[in-house]
Design a protein around this ligand. Structure first.
Ligand SMILES: Nc1ncnc2c1ncn2[C@@H]1O[C@H](COP(=O)(O)OP(=O)(O)O)[C@@H](O)[C@H]1O
Ligand SMILES: [Mg+2]
Length: 498
């Protein structure tokens, strides 16, 4: 980050827009940049005015217009950090924008650089070309480690080392320095040491704050999925894809997997299990919330998501039912000025080009809602189609679901149940188990075959109600997707219940 900013300044860029929540860390970083380049560093805020960071001298200039006038008086080779300016830019005051534009031209000739710092990007179109926008990256492990040592020192605890330290730092990645410091301090108060689980819990809470991302605790593994042998195999083969060994071997990092299929067939379940396979954290992205109402906000949202995901990487980024989040991008242009298709395009290009080991797993029920760019060859490592479970798969699902609710599958005629559940999805089989438990509980006994059969008989599977859509989806998937279940395994039992 430091060299990047340094290079821009040396190349004579007069305007840089830094997006970050971390004012102190940015200022410290700019101090280092200024020292390295032998520049002077000034910092402006709406309350303090323009401060010479070397001697603390203050020029009264609390109004942004006054600040720009004051900048003109500064000596050559100066960096000016403008803290609150972005808040004045959002109403697009024409005089301020003009003053800024003119000053940028002078700055270029005088070797001055204006650095606007804001937690989000607010640049009116008039200034978009005048600033280079940089995301100030979140602190790396070494910086989070320095903060950790500081906390251990002030709490009079021994410095953490070895695997304990790695665990804590792993749990802290994705947070700002200040957030990490708070989380460490809280852990010390709660547990008298810096406990990684407390830090991880706090990270989950901070990540959730912007409403876009969520750190999901995963309990599901591949053993919880009945059937889908091809899909499970695909994931198993990539188990060590993020390891150092894989990198040395020259394996490209997996990009992502799109799972398409009928509702209730275990797509979300598989997405969650993916994180267990890789043994890495699962971040769930609410794609629908990506689109903000302010100009540039959606792009800014996407960037913050990418930043957090890359900081936490290696990790799995999960987009559930993407058609809901991306629906707008298909018909956009007319509806939202093209924002959603632009944001969506940016997401796709990130997915293609990303170097950070972030595995994207997306699920979709309704492909007709998806923009065609998303489905083009090469976007994903693979697209998998999940169909209604066949007989063998239904047997596995019954077994898993019966055991999940604390009963022994051996006590039931599972093959018979599987035959009776032809046309049912995994979710519907689970519901039948729950219904049967309720019936038996009301009578004060254990559930038996009769309860399970009755539960099936009294429910109508979705495949019956949606036969036409399912037929369409299957037809669409042929030739486009890999089937999540091998046909060798068994092809029977795929008819849609009539
Ligand atoms: N193949 C399966 N094996 C085991 N359980 C399943 C399977 N498919 C669905 N289920 C059960 O149904 C629930 C809902 O499935 P889900 O993954 O949300 O379906 P989808 O995302 O495809 O709509 C799961 O949490 C699981 O309990
Ligand atoms: Mg789902």
């Amino acid at each position: 980050m430091r060299t990047q900013i340094q290079n821009y300044i040396r190349a004579g860029y007069p305007g840089i827009y830094l997006v970050s929540h971390e004012e102190q860390r940015v200022e410290a970083e700019l101090k280092a940049v200024a020292a390295a380049l032998k520049y002077k560093l000034y910092a402006w805020s709406a309350t303090e005015g323009l401060v010479d960071t070397a001697d603390g001298n203050i020029r009264q200039a609390n109004d942004p217009m006054e600040a720009i006038v004051a900048v003109a008086d500064l000596p050559e080779s100066s960096i000016v950090l403008l803290r609150d300016l972005h808040l004045f830019l959002q109403d697009a005051n024409p005089v301020l924008i003009r003053a800024l534009k003119d000053e940028l031209v002078r700055c270029k000739t005088k070797g001055k650089c204006l650095i606007v710092l804001g937690c989000r990007q607010v640049l009116p179109p008039e200034l978009e070309r005048e600033f280079v926008v940089l995301d100030f990256s979140l602190p790396g492990k070494d910086q989070l480690g320095a903060v950790l040592d500081g906390i251990c020192g002030s709490a009079k605890l021994k410095k953490l080392a070895g695997p304990d330290r790695d665990q804590v730092l792993d749990a802290a990645t994705g947070m700002t320095s200040m957030e990490a410091e708070n989380a460490y301090a809280l852990a010390v108060i709660e547990t008298k040491r810096v406990d990684a689980t407390v830090v991880a819990r706090e990270k989950a809470a901070t990540v959730k704050k912007n409403g876009l991302l969520e750190v999901v605790t995963v309990r599901e593994s591949l053993n919880d999925i009945g059937g889908l042998d091809v899909l499970k195999d695909w994931l198993r083969k990539r188990r060590d894809a993020f390891s150092e060994r894989a990198q040395q071997y020259g394996l490209p990092s997996p990009k992502g997997l799109l799972i398409v299929g009928i509702p209730g067939t275990g797509k979300s379940l598989t997405a969650k299990a993916t994180a267990s396979v890789f043994g890495r954290p699962l971040l769930k992205l609410d794609a629908g919330k990506l689109y903000g109402s302010l100009v540039g906000q959606s792009e800014s949202n996407l960037r913050s998501v990418i930043q957090v995901a890359e900081a936490i990487a290696p990790c799995v980024l999960w987009l559930d039912e993407i058609e809901k989040g991306l629906a707008g991008s298909k018909s956009s242009g007319s509806t939202d000025g093209g924002t959603s298709s632009r944001v969506f395009g940016a997401f796709i290009s990130w997915m293609q080009e990303k170097k950070a080991p972030v595995f994207v797993v997306a699920t979709a029920n309704d492909v007709t809602q998806l923009p065609p760019e998303l489905l083009r060859k090469g976007r994903w490592d693979d697209m998998m189609f999940v169909d209604l479970p066949n007989q063998t798969e239904r047997e596995a699902i019954w077994g898993i679901q019966i055991a999940k609710y604390g009963r022994k599958p051996e006590r039931f005629d599972v093959p018979a149940l599987a035959r009776a559940a032809d046309g049912f999805t995994g979710a519907e089989i689970e519901q039948a188990v729950i219904d049967a438990l309720y019936m038996a509980f009301a009578d004060g006994r254990e559930p038996g075959m009769v309860d399970l059969s009755l539960a099936l008989d009294t429910s109508v599977p979705l495949s019956k109600l949606m036969a036409e859509q399912i037929g369409g989806l299957r037809k669409w998937a042929v030739g486009r997707c890999r089937m999540a279940t091998s046909t060798v395994n068994e092809a029977r039992g795929r008819k849609i219940a009539a």
